[in-house]
Design a protein around this ligand. Structure first.
Ligand code: GLA
Length: 397
């Protein structure tokens, strides 16, 4: 049990005066490579991290079909009738949810799960208390962790019996339609399918997932997360714009999604669209290829071989997709100069975290170099920690 487990249990007791029926948790994720490819039907290679979100959940005795959600990062709990959820969601495109945004994640999961498993109803009311040690807004999928923990708890308590992929779809629907963030399905799949020591090679069109052993520790390496502490949100602005550019590019190329475009098609693509759209397309097309190459290198040569692919991915996000920040570039450049084998920003961009692949013995030296570079540039001090691929959702009590 971690501090988040204790905090969720204590909040549950404070809100309800009783013990929860159980504690469920789900992890955040790091994406090793394959950024913004998920909503283009492409490939991604994320893994679940040790940091988790915990949901303490209990069915209500009074059975008036109400759901109460509280979180350690909100002052007040929110309570609604389950039958009211259809009046609250979906949230209109570009609008704010009808409940505080943090509450739209668990309530959106309850809403989407009821729709995905309507035959299992009627559904009993319940109380939910949430605590997390996944940093929020750091590009480490704190939102998918909330969705995964809540969906796992409700799936069990309501007896809805959905499998991991179906629960990932429930989480994504909550994110897209309740919170209103137009994201893909990578984060939810990474959180739901996490396994120790492996990354998840996911085809976002078929949702076929293959575990790929990472062999980081065996190679004497470590993955260092550099959280720049510049927070971001994907419900607004840049993320939505990038997605629209990708859809425009696909329609100009007359394909269902950019997944259907190969590197060899790029010269033709350049003739068909403006420069900005072309560069957005080029990022997606080359990034898909880099994911395939990374999987092949991991299988044939191991983790030591992937450094250049990570760097090429960062350069493409910085120059073509234009989602990096000066802090993320500083993190990547400094880590590489201090001896990292590879480094890149991870997640949706516009803030958040970078990852660096470093010799285990060099973790401290690289961390010190990044901290010093941030101080010299006048940025807030970064949070630095290593991560290892970890388990997906668990019932912990
Ligand atoms: C966010 C979204 C994901 C994915 C990444 C970028 O994490 O939630 O669906 O699009 O950005 O790869």
């Amino acid at each position: 049990m971690t501090a988040a487990h204790d905090a969720a249990r204590a909040l549950f007791a404070e809100l309800t005066g009783r013990e929860p029926d159980g504690l469920w948790s789900a992890p955040g994720r790091v994406n090793l490579i394959g950024e913004h490819t998920d909503y283009n039907d492409g490939f991604v290679l994320p893994f679940a991290i040790p940091q988790r979100t915990v949901a303490a959940v209990g069915l209500r005795d009074d059975d008036r079909g109400r759901v109460l959600v509280g979180s350690t990062f909100a002052e007040e709990p929110v309570e609604v009738a389950l039958d009211e959820l259809d009046g609250l969601f979906p949230t209109a495109q570009g609008a704010h949810p009808a409940v505080p945004e943090w509450a739209a994640y668990p309530l959106g999961v309850a809403w989407a799960l009821r729709h995905a498993a309507a035959q299992a109803g009627p559904f009993r009311g319940l109380d939910i208390a949430i605590a997390s040690d996944v940093p929020v807004g750091a590009g480490l999928s704190s939102s998918a962790a909330i969705e995964g923990a809540t969906a796992s708890a409700l799936n069990e308590l309501w007896g809805t019996g959905l499998d991991a992929t179906a629960l990932a779809r429930v989480g994504r629907r909550a994110e897209n339609e309740a919170v209103g963030a137009p994201t893909g399905i990578m984060d939810q799949m990474a959180s739901m399918l996490g396994e120790p020591a492996t990354a998840i090679f996911l085809d976002c069109r078929s949702l076929e997932a293959q575990p790929v052993p990472l062999g980081i520790a065996e190679a004497g390496l470590a993955i260092l997360v550099i959280d720049t502490r510049v927070t971001h949100t994907h419900s607004t602005g840049g993320y939505r714009e990038r997605r629209a550019s990708c859809e425009l590019g696909a329609s100009l190329l007359d394909v269902p999604a950019l997944r259907d475009v190969s590197v060899a098609d790029l010269p033709r693509a350049r003739q068909l669209m403006d420069d900005v759209t072309f560069r957005r397309v080029r990022h997606i097309v080359t990034e898909n290829q880099r994911v395939l190459d990374t999987v092949q290198v991991l299988r044939e040569r191991g983790a030591r071989g992937i450094g250049e692919l990570l760097v090429a991915s960062h350069v493409s996000m910085r120059d073509d997709f234009e989602i990096s920040t000066v802090e993320l570039d500083t993190a990547v450049d400094t880590a590489l100069a201090a001896g990292a084998l590879g480094a890149r920003m991870t997640g949706g961009g516009f803030g958040g975290a970078a990852i660096a692949l470093v010799e285990r013995d060099a973790v401290e030296a690289v961390s010190d170099a990044v901290t010093a570079a941030f101080a010299a540039s006048g940025f807030d001090a970064p949070h630095l920690f290593t991560v290892t691929p970890s388990a997906g959702p668990l019932r912990d009590a």
